[in-house]
Design a protein around this ligand. Sequence first.
Ligand code: PBG
Length: 337
Amino acid sequence: MTRNPSQPLGAYPRLRMRRNRREPWVRRIVAENVLTPGDFIWPVFVHQESAAKTPVASMPGINRFSIPALVDAVGEAQSLGIPCVALFPVTPPERKTADGEEATNPENIICRATRAVKEAFPDIGVLCDVALDPFTTHGHDGVLREGDVANDETVEILCRQALVQAASGCDIIAPSDMMDGRVGAIRDALDKAGFERVRIMSYAAKYASAFFGPFRDALGSKSTLGKADKRTYQMDPANTDEALREVALDLAEGADMVMVKPGLPYLDVVRRVKERFGVPTFAYQVSGEYSMLMGAIERGWLEPSVILEALIAFKRAGADGVLTYSAVDAAKRLKSG
Ligand code: PBG
């Protein structure tokens, strides 16, 4: 029999809810959700400059890594129990073009970084984004034709991008571009090339969000995008039924896992997706969410404990895992109790 939880199974004074909160050990045994490093996917920025690390001004504590520095950082992440990293390329401006061809270059920074990581640490998962924005002079996720992103022509390029990533050893292909039909097309392209074991995690419900600002700063795509926005392909923040429809489509096209993005402001979407489909569901705590917390912590306005508090919220909402820039820091905090 299921009961309405708003009708308590007892009443004060015999029932005292505080009994189960009294000591740390009892709080632990009644905890409904747990956060472990196994829940984290760590997004990292890779550049091809000589400096090992260059800080991202709008993301306190976050650096763009050279490939050798990336490999070291991934080693640390693996030793902390983090199962997967997501690699994002900083493309030098001279390699950007209107059609983003650099995305399909097997020697681009992302392919080289993937090979280096998989060679050093074959047991950690590598996720690669599929979208053209790091490679285009205009900062859009696809090619522009008559002022709009051309869907089918873009999908054709995305398939070639996915193939060079898979050939480099990428474990999870993650289309983040929101083009219609991309998941099915990429699945077919991967299978045809013999990469049927490579997974697809689709950015299924991705919203046109200002919370991506610091990420675009990190990649250098903020200036290229300028005052333009991505509202003709990313979702309207007003919608949730539409998110379920997007997820249903991506699953029908062969997505192995789905993602909701941004994270905290969209936990209702995470909950609905998980309840409706019961598939591996991830949330991306994006750059702006990270910077809000870290900016306030830096100023002493918030306690660092907000980091784990924000992350457990994803578990409570039903997410199976979280992409978070705090992964390494959070894993250390979990370890030290
Ligand atoms: C690229 C992409 C973006 C993010 C992940 N992949 C930016 C965008 O769509 O403009 C955002 C991640 C973040 O803000 O942390 N399509």
